[in-house]
Each structure stands twice: as structure tokens, then as C-alpha cells.
Design a protein around this ligand. Structure first.
Ligand SMILES: *Cc1c(COP(=O)(O)O)cnc(C)c1O
Length: 359
């Protein structure tokens, strides 16, 4: 920690919105269907520990990408069941029992690798083309589970590649395989496959449990998004300097933008080192005290410039750079041709996450 802790920006996490999204997502689940909150990648950049603390009453289980993320939650006192999506390796094999984590067995050798008494779910690759055991060997997989008395199977999972697309033939094929998986394993183990998009739009895929990620954070992955989910994250910086310039004055690297009139611009201490993407230069508006202003010129490592026209503000005035209807992470993603997942995860870990709303 620096002797002079000081932040140029902070991310605000709205717990009330998070809970409201979670409630909405649970509304279309049949009674008895359980739910997993996916809080990998530091809860998609929102801060996994606080998100976990907030969601305990809403979800039966948490899921993370690897053992490191899971241990951080345990050391922070999170006692909910934690499913670790990633691949167990020799180095991490002991951690599942030590920290009471649920492994995902996605390859035959994992049966030997995991310590006796480890609880696990088996992953079948129904067409995601990533992790999981091949679906043409369901009977052999069932035998492997039966033969491996030393570790304890508590679920069977799969993952969709195209659940967020409209009328996907690939999803139809994956659903057929899911049907086979249910036929072989359905009596014995809880089955889960649905991510946010499938949970919202394909109730026939819910099986015994669903896994919610992006929608919980407020971004609807559906082809036709509803207006029921609200971004949980906003990102705030402040005006470092406000300057008056003459019409035609160029701003920032490359001198690509010139003032359209005599007026004021503000320098805001946030840049691509913080996760304010450089290819967003000139594309997103920001808001100051409820007024909207364009970000102009190139985004630099530690600063952006915004054009205030005739307005001025005192240094220290807050600037909402991300989070409202006009500039939330979904809008950022649209502007630069990516997905909100990548925008949220891309906010640098040095930027503090601050909780708001009822604790
Ligand atoms: C990330 C992930 C999810 C969550 O997906 P969303 O689209 O964010 O809901 C679910 N399952 C697995 C295996 C994942 O890796």
C-alpha cells in the first residue's frame, strides 16, 4: 500500500440492483430448480467477495474459474458451496478437500488425480468445444463414476456455445445431447447446463440447476433484451482540471480533435491503464451533475478529455464515466464491437470497488 493512498477513480457496485436482477432471474425457474451464481474473474470485475456476501440468500452455490479464486472466497469467510470450473492439476488436487471446494472432472485422469473424499461434478462437452468429456461415451463415463469410489459425484454439467443467439441449430444439437445426458445420469445426479441466456430464454434447458453470470450483473444476453435487468456497476472519476481554449485548439495525442468553438474542456484522470479502452476514443459520453458531455480526442494512459462547451466545473467534481443508461458497460461493448463481459473484466484491479445500497 502506498503511503499516500489515493484513487483517481472508483467502481460503485449497487447491491440493490444486484439483488433485483437475481430476483428477476429466479422468477422463471420452476420450483425446486437450484441456482449457481457465477462469480469467476472477480465476479466479472465487480469484486467476488462482496458479491458473494450479497447473494447468499439468492443462490445455492457459487462458481469460480479456478482454485485461487475459490480460496480467496474461503479466506474471506464465504461458506457457501463453491464449484471450481477449471481443470484440476497436481498442484491444486489437495486444495479441494482442504478448502471444501467442489471439483469439475472434465477428463478421465482427474479421477485418479483428486484426493479421496473430494466432491465433484462431471463435465460433458455437448458442443461447447472447450472442457468436458466426449458425449459419445456416456455409458463409459457412468462406469468411471461408479468405479471411482474414492471421490464423490454430486452433479453432471455441460455448457452451451450459442444460447445467446436467435434460433441456433447448434443449440438444438446441444439440447439433443443434453437429453441423452439426462437419460443416462438424470436419476442419479443433479444436472446443469443453462447459463444466463439459456436460463432466460430456454426453460427446457434448466434441468436441476441453472448458472447465472452476466445477467446477474445486469446485462441481458438475449437476442431481444428485456428491460428488467439493470447494470450493477458504475465507474466514477472526477475533474482534475477545467481549461478554457479557443475554437480550433486540438486536444490529446495525434491532435485528432479540435474545439468546435471557444469553450471549456475538462481533464479527467482515468485512462487505458485503468481499463478505459483506447479504442473507445471519442465514442462514449460521460455525465457530470446530470449533464452529458462527449469524451473527445484520444484516450491516453491516465487521462481522458471531455468537452464542456460553455460549462465549467470546479476541480474535484465527480464524473460518471460508465454506468447509466447511456454509458453502461453494454454500451461500451456495442461501441467497440465486444461484449460487456470483456469490458467489466477489463477494469484494472487497482481501481477500488465500493459497495452501495443496503448491505
Ligand atoms: C462463465 C460461465 C457461465 C456463466 O455464463 P453467463 O453467460 O455469464 O451467464 C456458466 N457456465 C460456465 C461453465 C461458465 O464458464
Amino acid at each position: 500500500m502506498s503511503r499516500y493512498p489515493f484513487n483517481h477513480s472508483h467502481v460503485v457496485i449497487d447491491r440493490d440492483r444486484l439483488r433485483s436482477n437475481a430476483r428477476y432471474l429466479h422468477r422463471n425457474l420452476a420450483p425446486g430448480v437450484k441456482s449457481i451464481a457465477v462469480i469467476k474473474a472477480d465476479a466479472y470485475g465487480h469484486g467476488a467477495v462482496e458479491i458473494a456476501r450479497t447473494l447468499e440468500a439468492y443462490y445455492d452455490m457459487y462458481a469460480v474459474a479456478n482454485v485461487t479464486e475459490a480460496v480467496i472466497l474461503r479466506e474471506a469467510g464465504i461458506i457457501h458451496p463453491i464449484l471450481v470450473f477449471g481443470v484440476p492439476v497436481l498442484k491444486t488436487a489437495g486444495a479441494y478437500r482442504e478448502f471444501d471446494l467442489i471439483a469439475v472432472v472434465s477428463s478421465e485422469e482427474h479421477f485418479d488425480l483428486l484426493e479421496a473424499g473430494t466432491v465433484y461434478h462431471v463435465e460433458i462437452d455437448s458442443g461447447m468445444g472447450r472442457l468436458g468429456m466426449p458425449p459419445d461415451r456416456l455409458d463409459q463415463i457412468e462406469q468411471l463414476i461408479g468405479a471411482s469410489g474414492k471421490i464423490i459425484c454430486q452433479g453432471v454439467m455441460s455448457h452451451f456455445a450459442t444460447a445467446d443467439e436467435q434460433s441456433s441449430g447448434h443449440l438444438a444439437r446441444q439440447k439433443d445431447i443434453l437429453h441423452d445426458i439426462r437419460a443416462v445420469f438424470g436419476e442419479k445426479y443433479p444436472i446443469h447446463a443453462a447459463n444466463s441466456a439459456a436460463s432466460l430464454n430456454h426453460p427446457e434447458t434448466h434441468c436441476d440447476m441453472v448458472r447465472h453470470g452476466i445477467a446477474m450483473y445486469g446485462y441481458d444476453p438475449s437476442p431481444i433484451p428485456s428491460d428488467q435487468l439493470h447494470p450493477v456497476m458504475s465507474w466514477i472519476s472526477w475533474i482534475a482540471q477545467c481549461k478554457r481554449v479557443k475554437k480550433g485548439t486540438p486536444l490529446s495525442y495525434g491532435a485528432t480533435w479540435q474545439a468546435p468553438a471557444d469553450g471549456h474542456y475538462a481533464v479527467v484522470p482515468i485512462g487505458y491503464a485503468d481499463g478505459f479502452r483506447r479504442n473507445l476514443s471519442g465514442k462514449m459520453p460521460v455525465s457530470v451533475e446530470g449533464h452529458w458531455y462527449p469524451q473527445v480526442g484520444r484516450v491516453t494512459m491516465d487521462y481522458i478529455m471531455i468537452w464542456l462547451g460553455g460549462d465549467t466545473y470546479v476541480p474535484g467534481t465527480e464524473v460518471l464515466v460508465m454506468g447509466s443508461d447511456r454509458n453502461h458497460a453494454g454500451k461500451w461493448a456495442e461501441a467497440i464491437g465486444t461484449i460487456p463481459y470483456e469490458i467489466c473484466c477489463g477494469i484494472h484491479p487497482k481501481v477500488p470497488r465500493v459497495m452501495s445500497g443496503q448491505s
